[in-house]
Ligand binder design. Sequence first.
Ligand code: 6GU
Length: 259
Amino acid sequence: MRFDVVSIFPEYLAPLELSLIGKARTDGLLELAVHDLRSYTQDRHRTVDDTPYGGGAGMVMKPEPWAQALEDIAAAAPPAPDKAAAPSPGAAPARKKPTLIVPSPAGEVFTQQLAYELAGEDHLVFACGRYEGIDERVLEWAAEQYTVRSVSLGDYVLNGGEVAVLAMVEAIGRLIPGVVGNPESLVEESHSDGLLEYPVYTKPSSWRDRDVPEVLLSGNHGKIAKFRREHQLRRTAARRPDLLDKLDVSNFSKTERNV
Ligand code: 6GU
């Protein structure tokens, strides 16, 4: 899987060299390149923004450097692995469009489900906007070469897309097979089944007058599973009742429905 990130602050993406994602890159599980938007400008001042038509506060990112960057990146992308035979002898195999993700507080919300969906793509390109955003025509034009999606982390405003890209690349990258050492850890975590994760404990079993719940020391796996499931439900009801509304409670046992 390949990731390209375009930003006027490429240094902001340096943490992607660390930890699990950094290791996945050195292990060859994923390729990631960060591009400076200013390197696609043509003028002496390397201008990337201008005042908005119609007036208003702030600046808007100009279309020309974005078009150059997105064109170059799409052209440089390696052909997708040859899954089917070429349609006719000598013809290039049909290539799936790369996905262009435009981080924006005005986008669809990034969820674990979207992370799974995007982890199945071959090529993701992230266009980090700053200021008031990118000229809308860029996103319309890019749809010829890319599947374009505006994506938001949640209902609050960041200064630019870079921090959102750090979060999205980490959430997507860890779902690529081999990136997380023990794939079982992906199964029991928050949001994998639509519920929040159960509380966890480690040694010592008694600490500052607080005891680890007895059942977890019992070795009774049935009881432990029931305890954890109940706490998942309680926690989700208390902190994120909106998540319960999305679940099909007909799959729940009668006791679970009453938690
Ligand atoms: Cl993806 N971008 C920006 N600039 N602000 C945000 C966001 C994204 N998600 C939430 N707030």
